[in-house]
Design a protein around this ligand. Structure first.
Ligand code: FEO
Length: 396
């Protein structure tokens, strides 16, 4: 247990070793943490559990520093197993503890653990008096699960924000102002792009709703990563990211079997840079780049160009998977284009264009520029692709 304030302690677990999340779906190259908190008021409150592999350590920490018998309430902000699975161990020892959660939280917790615990369903605006301080609950459905909620504790002016405002970032420093700023900002952005972005329209509404509570917010304590002392920074960033967000950047993302599609990416990139020298242009091979990082780069870009050779009448699976990710994160107002080599059937560009449109991208196509390439680009094709890059950049 690590004391944060006179009333609040950290009872979570920093996972230095974690390199993936949601199974193998998302990379967590900086590790992560499963943040759980303890409030000591006249009532003793445990906020969230940790992931199952750390359940024994979580229980031992509570036994040593709090006493299982002394817990009055559990607050389950979110039922996803990375936060709830160790609660199973806690509740095996004390099944009577009241669990405050949303109605959807009850459904999800029962769905996972098949137990009839002492659930206390909360709604937005409900309060729970702890003695000196009071908890105020705000439901946050689909940020990022239907069960999600946040809770405000007035004594320390702190929001326990569940996954919202989180970062997969392991550090011995528990606060934003103690860690490498650029690393933290990137991890917060990566978290938003990969996990929260599909729900951006709800983020805008929820931030507006939270602001109407007129809470005096000094700290924001998410369930992954560091606690924000600079709450204005992360609230401002979420407002930016949830609206139409784009930096002065374009990325080209491809996979290639023998280098033809790679060369196409490079020629197009040359044209883009020639037309817009101050535009940041990055090229990623899905064979070697970290896909979650590429998704993050796509999220922050004005445009994404995607390339694949035609392979077995379709796309390379790395590119098909990336396009599925792009569709899932539901970006807005971004341009896109497709390119790719082929041997005997030029299919990939057509498929990529269809999938980019399905992913809500505005696809740039121009009959003057054939962005397929039979076998390997020659000088004429190289020039055409450069000119395509210029035309694409000028259309941004
Ligand atoms: Fe960190 Fe949605 O659980």
């Amino acid at each position: 247990m690590i004391k944060l304030t006179d009333n609040i302690s950290f009872i979570g677990k920093i996972d230095w070793e974690r390199r993936t999340f949601h199974g193998e779906q998302m990379s967590t190259n900086e590790g992560s943490s499963f943040n759980a908190y303890f409030i000591k008021d006249e009532k003793n409150v445990v906020i969230d559990g940790v992931y199952k592999p750390f359940a024994d350590e979580y229980i031992a920490d509570i036994e040593e520093n709090i006493g299982i018998e002394n817990i009055d309430y559990i607050i389950a902000l979110h039922a996803e197993p990375d936060h709830s699975s160790a609660l199973l161990n806690l509740l095996e020892l004390r099944p009577d503890i009241p669990i405050y959660c949303t109605a959807k939280g009850v459904e999800s917790l029962k769905g996972y653990y098949h137990k009839e615990w002492n659930f206390k369903v909360i709604k937005t605006g409900d309060t729970l008096k702890l003695g000196n301080g009071t908890l105020t609950f705000i439901e946050c459905p689909f940020l990022h699960w239907p069960d999600q909620m946040i809770v405000y504790y007035d004594i320390d002016k702190i929001i326990f924000s569940s996954d919202i405002f989180g970062q997969h970032y392991s550090t011995a420093f528990l606060y934003d102002n103690k860690v490498d700023k650029s690393r933290l900002e990137y991890e917060a952005l990566k978290y938003y792009a990969n996990i929260v972005s599909p729900f951006s329209s709800l983020v805008i509404k929820k931030l507006d709703e939270i602001s109407k509570f007129n809470l005096d917010i000094k700290l924001i304590a998410p369930s992954h990563g560091v606690i924000w002392t600079n709450s204005e920074y992360i609230l401002g960033k979420y407002t930016e990211w949830a609206n139409t967000y784009a930096e002065e950047q374009v990325i080209l993302v491809y996979d290639s079997m023998y280098g033809s599609t790679r060369r196409m990416a490079e020629y197009i990139a040359e044209g883009i840079s020639e037309a817009k020298p101050n535009l940041c242009v990055k090229i990623f091979s899905l064979a070697t780049a970290d896909e979650s990082d590429v998704v993050t780069e796509a999220f922050r870009s004005k445009a994404v160009l995607v390339g694949s050779p035609t392979y077995n009448g379709g796309l390379l699976t790395s590119v098909a998977g990336f396009l599925e990710e792009l569709k899932g994160i539901k970006t807005k107002n971004k341009k896109a284009a497709a390119f790719g080599s082929y041997g005997w059937a030029a299919v990939s560009v057509k498929i990529i264009n269809e999938r980019l449109k399905a992913a809500n991208f505005e696809v740039f196509e121009d009959a003057n520029f054939n962005t397929t390439c039979n076998w390997r680009p020659n000088n004429d094709k190289a020039n055409l692709l450069r000119n395509f890059g210029i035309a694409f950049a000028n259309a941004l």
